[in-house]
Design a protein around this ligand. Structure first.
Ligand SMILES: [Zn+2]
Length: 571
């Protein structure tokens, strides 16, 4: 556990920051009299009722009654914890947060050293950009203005092996290595990781730079793009390039667009789309989604239209499912083959790109489309297969309205009748169904509700018993399906029974409320099945003995006839 932040530091910080700057970075404020007014970021309004007082260092909204200090504002607005808010505010005024003695004090001070080293490197690289014609030319060629370069703190790492180390005064080699800025090669020689590259500082949500991406602008400098290595501070799989900047330039993020590259983020920002982030050379994962959904309700994933892009889209979609809810949704767009968001927006403009975003396909619709496209949903078998394919994706989703709606949609596609979904229906009397015993109907109802009951039967239920059940008018149909497909969910089993004459009756059985628990049901099912097969056996034996007695009476008759014949012949 990190140690506490000393109160004296918090006091210093509060003294150093100005709430007007802090709020002003996130909300458009206008000075009116002594105070500053603007539209409240915490509730929807058209006329300003949100006011910031520089004298009291306090904000207050007359609409929703939200109020507090700069720290409280950052916590609410940026959705940060108290400690995160302190760290964010400290970073904005160039202070690093000290901690009181804690168990991982060493780790914290190492991290603080890395953050300081990286902050100094950011300044160094920015300075180098100002004097590098090649780097400036490269950025201009990509349509990046000086203003945007400043907002995103773009820089240039010069050629040479020890330029950074030599250029940064007072930063130890160890801190540079820990920060991933200097690498250690063979023979313990040290060299700059980024050489002759335009560098893109990657900031965490608190605004601290924790790593870099670097784009080579020479011909022979290794890979086109290079990231900082994984460090204590920088976890590639958790960070998103541009998230800090997106939150800074939008008081409310209605949606966040996720792209693949740094240049995509910058090009779109240059075109006025400031709600764009990029993953750092990794696929979008669950952590990313949870992080994004902290700040927005809609995530639009942007992929290449080629095979690899579609595959990446599919994978991302699978990973997003657990994070989705009624409030949190994802959409997908695929840019035309051979293009990426950067080239597309520069060729066709922001309006065109915005239209693409508006037309994005809902992630869940895409999922259904992809699952069903290889199937022929006219065929019963494929419909059942489709149902089975959807099941694992349903299982990944959180319980809630979205999942219910998704299930409903699948039911509609499969053609499951509405009646099977609506609980109490007018009770059918048994006489309306096939002529089956109450016991068989009950067992059938259990089995339709919990098909697993079938696989749980032990060896006391053998071939002979199965033969008997397979002759039952009602139970035989679901049992035959379960013998073919051992792991069917209740609804998939029902889909497979759609062509059975007793389908309606199956639906009514499924809708019948069961008042006992699953464990009791298991016992009742097992015992009931025993009783049923016993009855069937008895019936069978009885009917064969009936036939025997019939045969006996015929032979009696024959004997009688032959006796009579003899008697007659004797006459
Ligand atoms: Zn308000």
């Amino acid at each position: 556990m990190p140690g506490r932040i000393p109160q004296s530091f918090i006091n210093d910080l509060i003294a150093k920051i100005d709430i007007v700057d802090v709020v002003g970075e996130r909300v458009d404020l206008k000075k009116e009299g002594k105070n500053y007014n603007g539209l409240c970021p915490f509730h929807n309004e058209k006329t300003p009722s949100f006011t910031v007082s520089p004298d009291k260092q306090f904000f207050h909204c007359f609409g929703c009654q939200e109020s507090g200090t700069a720290i409280g504002f950052v916590m609410l607005h940026d959705r940060l914890t108290f400690v995160e808010a302190i760290e964010s505010l400290a970073a904005s005024v160039g202070m690093s947060v000290p901690r009181e003695a804690g168990s991982s004090r060493q780790e914290i001070s190492a991290n603080n050293k890395s953050i300081e080293a990286i902050a100094k490197a950011v300044d160094f690289y920015k300075q180098q950009l100002r004097i590098s014609t090649a780097a400036k030319k490269y950025l201009q060629g990509r349509g990046i203005t000086g203003e945007l370069a400043r907002d995103y703190q773009l820089g240039y790492a010069p050629s040479g092996w020890q330029t950074l180390e030599n250029g940064l005064e007072g930063v130890g080699l160890e801190a540079l290595v820990d920060a991933g800025l200097v690498s250690e090669g063979k023979n313990k020689k040290h060299y700059d990781r980024f050489r002759n590259r335009v560098v893109f500082p990657i900031r965490n949500v608190k605004g601290q730079t924790i790593g870099f991406g670097g784009r080579s602008i020479g011909d022979d400098d290794g890979p086109k793009y290079l990231n900082s290595p994984e460090t204590e501070l920088f976890k590639k799989g958790e960070e998103l390039y541009g998230l800090y900047e997106a939150r800074k330039s939008n008081s409310r993020l209605h949606k966040i667009i996720v792209v693949e590259g740094y240049m995509d983020v910058l090009s779109l920002a240059q075109s006025g789309l400031t709600n764009v982030v990029a993953t750092l050379g990794t696929a979008t994962n669950e952590t990313h989604f949870y992080k994004l959904f902290k700040y927005t309700d809609e995530v639009v994933l942007c992929f290449d239209g080629d095979g690899a892009g579609r595959q990446a889209g599919w994978k991302a979609l699978e990973r997003a499912l657990p994070a989705l809810s009624d409030q949190k949704q994802i959409k997908l767009i695929f840019v035309p083959e051979g293009e990426d968001p950067d080239t597309l927006v520069r060729k066709k403009g922001a309006e065109h790109f915005n239209q693409q975003i508006k037309n994005a396909i809902s992630g869940l619709d895409y999922l259904l489309e992809q699952l069903s496209s290889p199937l022929n949903l006219e065929s019963l078998d494929d419909r059942a297969k489709f149902y089975g394919l959807c099941q694992p994706y349903i299982d990944k989703m959180k319980a809630g309205i979205l999942r219910d709606l998704f299930k409903q949609k699948i039911d509609q596609i499969v053609g499951l009748r509405e009646q099977t979904k609506q609980a109490p229906r007018p009770k059918r009397s048994f006489s309306e169904g096939p002529k089956v015993s109450r016991l068989e109907a009950k067992l059938c109802g259990y089995l339709l509700k919990y098909p697993d009951l079938w696989s749980q039967l032990d060896e006391s239920f053998g071939e002979k018993e199965l033969l008997l059940i397979n002759r039952c008018e009602l139970l035989s149909a679901p049992v035959k399906q379960l013998q073919k497909h051992s792991t069917l969910e209740s609804e998939e089993l029902l889909v497979r029974l759609m062509d059975e004459p007793a389908y309606d009756y199956f639906c009514s059985l499924l809708n019948k409320p069961v008042e006992i628990g699953i464990e009791e049901m298991e016992i009742e099912f097992r015992e009931g099945l025993k009783r049923l097969t016993l009855k069937l056996k008895e019936k069978e034996e009885l009917s064969s003995s009936d036939k025997l007695s019939e045969v006996a009476s015929i032979s009696d008759l024959k004997r009688f006839v032959s006796l009579k014949k003899n008697e007659i012949s004797k006459l």
